[in-house]
Design a protein around this ligand. Structure first.
Ligand code: SF4
Length: 181
């Protein structure tokens, strides 16, 4: 395909991203008394999210023992249709570069210590998100022999997203709680 054909295709296709819903900062229920955003996406006990992370948040993803279903939805959340980056959330490869740790999957014995170390290596202020039922409460793997627990049994969790797997739109909504955009 020539560059001209490509330009024509882009022009013909137009925007394919989902229309942006109202920003969390425009939704009264998403703010605390002092105007800071509050968790949670699903009614779990809310913690105040750091105001320093508003506008832009770098996210380190940790698969602590997922079946990979949550990863597929996470990839969609950062793909061209849901496009989490337009709200200021970006995936990074190192916890040293991150402001947030996004955990998927139940925490397995082999991943408990790496998860702890990853969160410790993420500078403060930081946010930990538990994405999917397994990360929230062990989901269908509760009680399995290789399972240590949910993400909150190993590290402090600020925000969680329910679902098995959660919809990309719900993952984006949780990230927007952090960025406020
Ligand atoms: S919540 Fe569902 S999709 Fe996600 S890791 Fe657990 S079993 Fe897989």
């Amino acid at each position: 395909m020539s560059l001209v054909d490509l330009a024509r295709l882009i022009r013909r296709t137009g925007r394919i991203a989902e229309p942006a819903p109202a920003a969390p900062s425009e939704q009264p229920s998403a703010q605390g008394a002092d105007g800071s955003p509050t968790a949670s996406a699903d009614g779990l006990p809310a913690r105040d999210l750091p105001r320093e992370l508003r506008g832009s948040v770098q996210v380190r993803h940790v698969d602590a023992g997922s079946c990979n279903g949550c990863e597929i939805e996470l990839a969609a959340a950062f793909g061209p249709v849901y496009d989490a980056e337009r709200y200021g959330a970006r995936l990074v490869a190192s916890p040293r570069h991150a402001d947030a740790v996004l955990v998927t999957g139940v925490v397995t014995r082999n991943m408990a210590e790496p998860l702890r170390l990853t969160v410790e290596a993420t500078p403060q202020p930081r946010v930990v998100l538990a994405v999917g039922d397994c990360a929230r409460d062990c989901g269908m793997f509760r009680g399995a022999y290789g399972v240590v627990g949910a993400a909150s049994d190993v590290v402090p969790v600020d925000l969680s997203v329910p679902g098995c797997p959660p919809a990309p739109a719900d993952i984006v909504a949780a990230l927007r709680q952090v960025t406020g955009r």
